[in-house]
Design a protein around this ligand. Sequence first.
Ligand SMILES: [Zn+2]
Ligand SMILES: [Zn+2]
Ligand SMILES: [Zn+2]
Length: 187
Amino acid sequence: MTLPQRSKTQPPPVSTSPTPTPSVTSGTGTSWATVGKSGTVEKNISIAPKKATPRKYVLLNADDQRLDERLARPDKPAMDSLHDRITNRGKVCNDFHLLGVCRTQHCPFSHEPKLTAMEQLALRHKARNKLCSSYDECRDTECYWGHVCPYDPSCTYGVCFFGEMHGIDKRAAKKWFPDGTTEPVAA
Ligand SMILES: [Zn+2]
Ligand SMILES: [Zn+2]
Ligand SMILES: [Zn+2]
């Protein structure tokens, strides 16, 4: 039996890499806690959020005027079914259907049943046809109203709701974030 010889002058082992000492106070212990002992998949549940939610932003032109991000087109059946529903059961609640929550007490608009994704898109287009009361200065990332005339520069409405917004530069120049920072948009 041979034991490695240890001289009394040998310095104590210096740890070159940080030792994963279990943290008692901080909340960083989740990653250690979730590692399964023998690779059992079902126990290896990550507590950390899986995907980072994209930061919400407002699209601005070079003059800091709010623009409206292009929306996909809803299909005809969804536009029809939304129209039928509004005709038969009254207006639907934009907050409830587009933001997922309505904070209006005794909201007069229709909540249930929920709209399909395509009907939501049709409703989003509908909301865009109404000019936002904050105009081009709106910085509400959740705002579903319109900020730019959808028909400009060939708008044929004699009296357009968006008249004041006609002719603005509709090229997106930057993204504005609620913390006040901006990020240039590739032309
Ligand atoms: Zn509502
Ligand atoms: Zn707005
Ligand atoms: Zn117009």
